[in-house]
Design a protein around this ligand. Structure first.
Ligand code: PHE
Length: 449
């Protein structure tokens, strides 16, 4: 095999993995799920899910990836022990690649909207009022063009490879993301109504904890940590041998849930500030608006009501934040099918990237043309069902199929004292039994309900 690219440093990996994890799931999904699921009660359940179920699954992916130094399919084939487990590995890996591509196909649509809303104030500054309006009016041509533009950006980063593409752009964009987030929070918390939003976000309503809340929290945690579909596996495969995996995994989990939590300090208060400015923020059934309406109607009402240049500037910063978060995640989704085609079928990276980019753009187009039937359905199929199931299967692979000694020697390379750590005492049996069972139980219970 030709020499394989690697992340050039630990920071590079953390930026890339955090970039993948931090996305629309954190900045939009988490705060709105929290607000509509009993406030801090959801935050509580989410953190339990993130550290008890998602972190062990993240570790499973990172370890398989770094051991095999290959795409998900090849990696699972490598650690399988016979024809049956090999077939299972091929199936799980392939299914992951399909789910990652499908996630990108709906993600690119939403990210396209973010780009359009980001460009609209710029067009306004330039005096291009018709263009500025076109960008924020929902039309099929706007949706198709914005999605295609976002796919072009994603493809151009991934075609540059690991260090010059993924790592370079994540390292540039993630600090900017944090800066924008903090600046926006400071601004919003000073507005009238913010206090009420903070209370809704932070005060727990324990009565709201029920099986469907738990499943939502589980799905959200798996989506947020980019699990199940081989993203973290492939990022792990670009790590060098002496990196300390358990520690890197904890850092990524902490940064990801931390940013989700902080994003809630922006979004939920912002919704209540918008109400103070006259926006309608509750649905007919009394629940808080959460979907596209929140981002593309309620928040713009807030921006429009700000005086002079402040409104367009805040809108610009907000949608830039959303666009950056989307881009550092979408590149990690595209890397999954690209790594498979370059490694297994020998295609050159630029060619593979463009080819797969076109296929995914076609899938997004089909979704846009049949929006009402497909959009929600694809999201539910990929994120609510497939991601946790695939995550559980990857745990089964590490726990049952891969030999414990091999596992130990893999982790030992970056952490020689691993055997005496709490991690090694708990994690192997945890990933073997507790994780798959709990994921399955949560799943079955919600199906029964
Ligand atoms: N974690 C990303 C987010 O929160 C989404 C994602 C899912 C990225 C699956 C890669 C793979 O938006």
């Amino acid at each position: 095999m030709a020499s394989r690219e690697q992340f050039s440093s630990r920071t590079g990996f953390i930026m890339a993995a955090a970039g993948s994890a931090i996305g629309l799931g954190n900045i939009w999904g988490f705060p709105t799920q929290t607000a509509s699921n009993g406030g801090a009660a959801f935050v509580l359940v989410y953190f339990v899910m993130a550290f008890c179920l998602a972190y062990p699954a993240l570790m499973a992916e990172l370890i398989i990836g770094r051991h095999a130094r290959a795409n998900a399919v090849t990696a699972l084939q490598l650690i399988s022990t016979g024809p049956r487990t090999r077939a299972l590995g091929t199936g799980v890996g392939m299914f992951g690649v399909v789910v990652a591509s499908l996630i990108l196909s709906f993600y690119a649509i939403v990210a396209g909207w973010m780009l359009a809303y980001f460009m609209s104030p710029i067009a306004e500054f330039l005096g291009w009022n018709t263009a500025s309006q076109w960008l924020i009016d929902s039309s099929l041509t706007r949706n198709l063009s914005a999605m295609a533009l976002f796919m072009v950006l994603t493809v151009s980063i991934i075609s540059q490879g690991i260090t010059n593409g993924i790592e370079k752009w994540s390292t540039r964009l993630m600090p900017l993301l944090l800066l924008l987030l903090v600046a926006l929070i400071i601004h919003v918390l000073q507005q009238p109504g913010a206090q009420e939003g903070l209370e809704v976000y932070l005060l727990p309503d324990i009565n709201r904890i029920n099986p469907s809340l738990v499943l939502n929290a589980l799905g959200q945690a798996f989506f947020s940590l980019s699990l199940g579909v081989g993203t973290m596996l492939i990022y792990g495969s670009y790590l060098n041998r002496d990196s300390n995996l358990p520690r890197l995994g904890v850092m990524v989990t902490l940064v990801d849930s931390g940013i989700a939590f902080i994003a809630g300090l922006l979004i939920v208060p912002a919704v209540y500030v918008a109400q103070a400015y006259g926006a309608v923020i509750f649905n007919d059934d009394g629940s808080l608006v959460a979907g596209p309406q929140l981002i593309f109607q309620v928040l713009p009402t807030l921006f429009d009501s700000m005086e002079g240049l402040i409104g367009p500037l805040v809108a610009l910063a907000f949608f830039l934040l959303m666009s950056i978060a989307s881009l550092t995640s979408s590149i990690s989704m595209l890397e999954v099918p690209v790594a498979l085609t370059t490694e297994k079928y020998g295609l050159a990276r630029p060619k593979a990237t463009i080819l797969i980019g076109i296929l995914i753009t076609a899938a997004s187009t089909i979704i846009l043309l049949n929006f009402d039937q497909l959009f929600e359905a694809v999201i539910a199929f990929t994120t609510v069902y497939s991601q946790p199931l695939l995550g559980a299967l990857l745990c089964v692979f590490v726990g049952w199929i891969w030999h414990r000694d091999n596992l130990l020697s893999e982790i030992k390379q970056g952490d020689p004292n691993i055997e005496s750590t709490l991690f090694w005492k708990i994690w192997p049996s945890y990933v073997r039994i507790v994780c798959p069972l709990l994921i399955l139980a949560t799943f079955i219970q919600s199906l029964v309900n």
